[in-house]
Design a protein around this ligand. Structure first.
Ligand code: AMP
Length: 212
């Protein structure tokens, strides 16, 4: 099978999670979200989860050593969709090395484009399912307010979705993560997608870009 190792990147609130769910459900990608993994590990009370929570709960990045070791355990198939990883240059280098060990490489990068202002507006109203992680916002509202359509569990506002923490995360995105797009642009594998469009239109652009 032709390998597909796709990164989906973009500012907080750009819709990485929503688009990843679509690609997972319709096209069989393995959705690898380091953010979801950290939340699950914390909910389970693992030592890694408790250590990582010290950082993500204040809107800071989790140290590379923790994040890379967590990712390593999940990069298994030939159809990986990396959501929220890499976020720093050392992570990008570690990812290349990990893939190379099994003759793999990053095949495409989806860069979701959204202004800081729109990102903040979206983050301030979004709700996340405590059980399955499904995200709701203005474009997708639950049928029953405050409960997940998929698994009926309660929806919460993520601890790091407050305005102040969101601002910190957006600043970090600009200083540490956005520069990675240059790295992948030099390989000619980046597709820039307008993330201000409704989710189904964004999905259609991604599907076309990835030639799915
Ligand atoms: P996300 O759900 O992708 O917005 O991630 C939530 C939080 O988890 C981030 O704000 C970070 O604190 C942490 N996190 C997720 N992915 C990474 C990563 N690749 N490197 C460092 N921290 C991460």
């Amino acid at each position: 099978m032709e390998q597909r190792n796709v990164i989906i990147t973009g500012i907080q609130g750009a819709g990485k999670g929503t688009q990843s769910e679509i690609l997972r459900d319709k096209y069989g990608f393995k959705h690898i979200s380091t953010g979801n993994m950290f939340r699950i590990q914390y909910a389970c009370g693992s030592s890694l989860g408790i250590e990582a929570h010290k950082y993500w709960s204040i809107g800071a990045l989790v140290p590379d050593s923790i994040t890379i070791s967590l990712l390593k355990r999940h990069l298994s198939t030939d159809k990986n969709l990396l959501d929220g990883f890499p976020r720093t240059l050392p992570q990008a280098q570690a990812l290349d090395d990990m893939l190379l060990e099994t003759d793999r490489f990053i095949t495409q990068v989806i860069a979701l484009e959204l202004s800081d202002e729109s990102a903040l507006q979206r983050i301030e109203i979004r709700q996340t399912c405590i059980h399955c992680g499904t995200v709701y916002g203005s474009a997708k509202q639950p049928a029953l307010p405050n409960f997940c359509d998929i698994c009926t569990a309660p929806l919460i506002t993520r601890a790091d979705d407050t305005t102040e923490k969101a601002r910190t995360r957006i600043a970090t995105y600009h200083s540490q993560t956005k520069p990675l797009i240059q790295l992948y642009s030099a390989r000619d594998i980046v597709h820039h997608i307008d993330a201000s469009l409704p989710p189904e239109q964004v999905a259609a652009h991604i599907v076309r870009a990835l030639k799915l």
